[in-house]
Design a protein around this ligand. Structure first.
Ligand code: CA
Length: 237
């Protein structure tokens, strides 16, 4: 397995509120996209990363999915508590997309609008579902698929860590094949690039993941770079 990660503040924002983590030994990969005033956003995303890593280490004997869910729930509680106890961190929150790889088994846990694409033999498929008002309106037939792109409701989250005592976590299981590429991203990438553009860049640079990652970020910046851009790219052999 080869893996690279990169995070860029973009061209408009003052701060980078995204955080990512790569742990090849545990097969654990994280992307978090924080929100909140003052330093809240970056505190929340980093707190999520640190809490999840620690919890995964502490519960190494439990079953994988149970560990991951528990780690995310622990992060939710930690962020909520810190936000309530510190006025500068009030109402901070974060998305989390967690990928756990064990052999050919892929486990994805997701809250919010970061996510995962699977690139397999010239196709790109989104594994995760966004927890946004736009997605909810789409599922109720209020928005049409062609009205989704650029819609303001894409930026209103219906789920995040640090908001409520309980957090609903989506879980996805997949079987990986040799040559599969996984892209974990924050929405600063997908607001700028459609999946076909992402696929084209990855295919053109599939022999060098670092270059592929760099090209993806550069393309997002070229198209405006309105938000922080974070990607983790993994290739399975
Ligand atoms: Ca973002």
């Amino acid at each position: 397995m080869k893996v690279v990660g990169i995070s860029d503040v973009g061209l408009v924002r003052q701060k980078n509120e995204d955080a990512f983590w790569i742990d090849e030994n545990q097969g654990l990969f994280l992307v978090c996209d924080g929100m909140g005033g003052h330093r809240g956003g970056e505190v929340a995303s980093h707190m999520a990363v640190q809490t999840i890593i620690q919890s995964m280490k502490d519960n190494s004997s439990s079953e994988a999915q149970q560990r991951l869910v528990q780690a995310i729930e622990t992060a939710n509680q930690a962020i909520l508590k810190a936000g309530l106890e510190n006025e500068h961190l009030f109402e901070m929150g974060t998305t989390v997309t967690a990928v756990l790889v064990d052999g050919s088994r892929l486990l994805v846990a997701n809250v919010g609008d970061s996510g995962v694409f699977l690139i397999r033999s010239n196709t790109i498929r989104k594994i995760t579902r966004d927890h946004t008002l736009a997605e909810e309106m789409l599922s109720h037939g209020i928005l049409k698929p062609e009205e989704m792109r650029g819609n303001a409701y894409n930026h209103i989250l219906t789920r995040a860590l640090g908001v409520d005592d309980q957090v609903e976590i989506d879980i996805f299981n997949e079987e990986l094949l040799p040559g599969d590429i996984l892209l974990i991203y924050s929405d600063g990438l997908t607001d700028m690039l459609i999946p076909d553009e992402i696929l084209e860049i990855i295919q053109a640079n599939s022999s060098d993941l670092e270059i592929a990652a760099d090209r993806l970020v550069r393309k997002a910046l070229q198209k405006g770079g309105f938000d922080n851009v974070t990607i983790v790219l993994l290739c399975f052999n």
